[in-house]
Design a protein around this ligand. Structure first.
Ligand code: NAD
Length: 303
């Protein structure tokens, strides 16, 4: 098992998610070797004892496990398989764990290119940047059972032990994560649509929300997550809508690759893309709610 006293963890991608995840590994006692295209993103980790490496290859040379937390499959492929990438530095028996929301295809290509002694695992997460900071992420792991057990202490430093799940073999983690996001984004659009119509029809917003909660149509989204906007005007800029659109595109690609028509998912993707073009790439993942607010000419707020 990769316990803190004997394991060096390499961490590449110190953005909204990776910064919190790396901080929690460090607080659990793991020696870190870090890299990001923005060196200033590593400042706080370096001041607490992490080591800097100039390339992904160097990160891998000095680590037992390399974690990537990067925006898109294109970034993941470049960092893993490009020149000076992880695969050229990974030790025999070493682990590369991609925790980005990505696709099985990249990891599969890496597996074909890599030495057979290295381990390549997908372990994407849910829980937003707040969960990453708090060490309360859900982790969906695609790996052999033995690989999962070896990595468990590393995952437990970043996630809720009850919600660290092995969901299948390589690639299964990516698929589960994409389906979770697809359903959550669909909940967001469907819920906002009925709230906007109900309010426009004269019903008080909170009365409508409580009625939905107490009905067979309830969901975690209407009960909890929508409150971010309704109570705090927070559209979650910790997860940029550009990345949400990337996830929706990957989810639809996955559906296409397995031959399942997904009319509803495609519509949700288009609504997200409209919000992205209207409010900008860095607007929060909940910004599609704004589209409906603009349509009805009022903000959906309970206070
Ligand atoms: P982000 O854009 O905030 O962070 C990405 C980091 O990667 C940045 O610091 C960037 O500088 C760095 N980077 C980009 N290219 C690089 C390269 N070639 N080498 C080294 N570093 C590089 O993104 P994020 O919000 O942290 O999301 C990361 C991943 O996690 C994405 O796949 C996203 O879909 C997924 N995710 C995000 C959330 C969320 O709430 N933000 C939740 C779950 C999953």
């Amino acid at each position: 098992m990769f316990t803190a006293d004997t394991t060096t963890v390499g961490f590449i991608g110190l953005g909204n998610m990776g910064s919190g995840m790396a901080k929690n590994l460090q607080e659990h006692g793991y020696q870190l070797v870090v890299n990001d295209v923005r060196q200033d993103a590593a400042q706080s980790l370096l001041s607490h004892g992490a080591l800097w490496a100039d390339t992904a290859e160097q990160v891998a040379q000095h680590s037992d496990v390399v974690i990537t937390m990067l925006p898109t499959p294109r970034h993941v492929a470049a960092v893993a398989m490009g020149e000076g990438g992880i695969l050229s530095g990974l030790k025999s028996g070493g682990y590369w764990v991609d925790m980005s929301t990505s696709v099985p295809e990249v990891a599969q290509r890496a597996r074909e290119a890599a030495d057979s002694s290295v381990h390549i695992v997908d372990a994407p997460v849910s829980g937003m940047s707040v969960g990453a900071q708090a060490g309360r992420l859900q982790v969906f792991v695609g790996a052999e059972q033995a690989e999962f057990e070896t990595l468990r202490p590393v995952f437990e430093a970043m996630g809720d032990p009850e919600k660290i799940l092995r969901v299948g073999y390589a690639g299964a983690g990516y698929a589960v994560k994409l389906m979770i996001n697809q359903l959550w984004f669909s909940h967001l659009v469907a819920t906002t649509e009925v709230l906007a119509v109900g309010v426009k029809a004269g019903v008080d917003l909170e009365v409508l929300r409580q009625s939905l909660i107490n009905s067979p149509a309830s969901s975690n989204f209407v009960e909890n997550d929508v409150l971010s906007v309704l109570e705090h005007s927070d559209y979650d800029e910790g997860f940029a809508i550009a990345l949400a659109c990337k996830d929706l595109g990957l989810s639809i690609d996955l559906a296409r690759s397995v031959g399942v028509p997904v009319e509803l998912s495609s519509l949700v993707e288009q609504i997200y893309r409209r919000a992205k073009s209207q409010y900008g790439d860095s607007a929060g993942e909940m910004t599609p709610i704004k589209l409906y607010e603009d349509l009805i000419g009022l903000e959906l707020r309970t206070t």
